[in-house]
Write a protein that binds this ligand. Structure first.
Ligand SMILES: [Zn+2]
Length: 205
C-alpha cells in the first residue's frame, strides 16, 4: 500500500470544511460541498420508491436513483481528481490504479456517508467488490420504517461503486453497472456492492 490513508484523512480535516466567511459557499476539490442532514436526501429517495408503488415500478425508481448517484460520482470524484488539493496531496503517492482507488476511498471515508471497510479491484476482469459499514441509509431506514427492508436500499453507494470504475478505467458514465448484493437494511451488519462492465445502457436487461 503506497497511499497514506491516515495522512489523507488528516489533510482533509485540515482543509476546514466550512462555508466561506463572505459567500457561505463551501468550495473544495473543484466542487461545491454542503453539510446537510443525510435524512434530507435519504427520505426523499425512500419517498420516491414508495410513491412508485410495487413492482416493476420500484425497480425503475431504483435505477433512476442509482443512475443519478453514478453521474454525481462522476462529477464529484472527477472534480476531486482534477483539483489542486488532489494534485498536491494524493497524486504524488499514486503509482497504479489500485493506489488511485485507495485515494478515492480515503476521501470518500471522510464524507460522512459510512465507511468503505474492504474492497477488491480486479483490473483484468474490470470488477470491483466493495464492503461498506454504517451506510447512512441503514439507520434512516430503520428509524423511519421500524423494520428490516425487503430490498437493498443503498442507492447512492451502488452508483458510487460503478462510478469509481467509470473513472478508474477512463470511461463514460454508465460504462459500468453495480448491484448491492447484501444490505444491512435487510440483514447483517454490512452492505456489499459489486460493479462490472455494463452490457446494456443503464444496466437494463
Ligand atoms: Zn445497504
Amino acid at each position: 500500500m503506497t497511499i497514506d490513508q491516515m495522512g489523507i484523512r488528516k489533510a482533509v480535516m485540515e482543509l476546514g470544511l466550512f462555508g466561506d466567511e463572505k459567500t457561505g459557499i463551501l468550495r473544495r476539490f473543484g466542487v461545491i460541498l454542503s453539510a446537510l442532514p443525510s435524512t434530507l436526501y435519504v427520505y426523499r429517495e425512500f419517498d420516491l420508491i414508495q410513491q412508485m408503488g410495487g413492482e416493476p415500478s420500484r425497480k425503475l425508481a431504483e435505477k433512476v436513483l442509482i443512475d443519478a448517484a453514478q453521474w454525481c460520482a462522476n462529477g464529484t470524484f472527477g472534480g476531486i481528481m482534477a483539483s489542486p488539493e488532489w494534485k498536491a496531496l494524493i497524486e504524488p503517492q499514486i503509482q497504479n490504479m489500485q493506489d488511485r482507488l485507495q485515494g478515492l476511498i480515503a476521501i470518500t471515508n471522510c464524507l460522512g456517508w459510512g465507511l468503505i471497510s474492504d474492497y477488491k479491484l480486479d483490473e483484468s476482469a474490470k470488477t470491483l467488490q466493495m464492503t461498506v459499514k454504517h451506510s447512512y441509509y441503514i439507520e434512516a431506514y430503520k428509524k423511519r420504517y421500524g423494520k428490516n427492508s425487503e430490498h437493498p436500499v443503498c442507492y447512492m453507494w451502488t452508483g458510487v461503486a460503478a462510478g469509481y470504475l467509470d473513472l478508474l478505467f477512463g470511461q463514460k458514465p454508465n460504462t459500468f453497472v453495480a448491484i448491492e448484493t447484501a444490505c444491512a437494511a435487510r440483514s447483517g451488519d454490512v452492505c456489499v456492492f459489486e460493479a462490472k462492465m455494463s452490457k446494456t445502457k443503464f444496466g437494463f436487461n
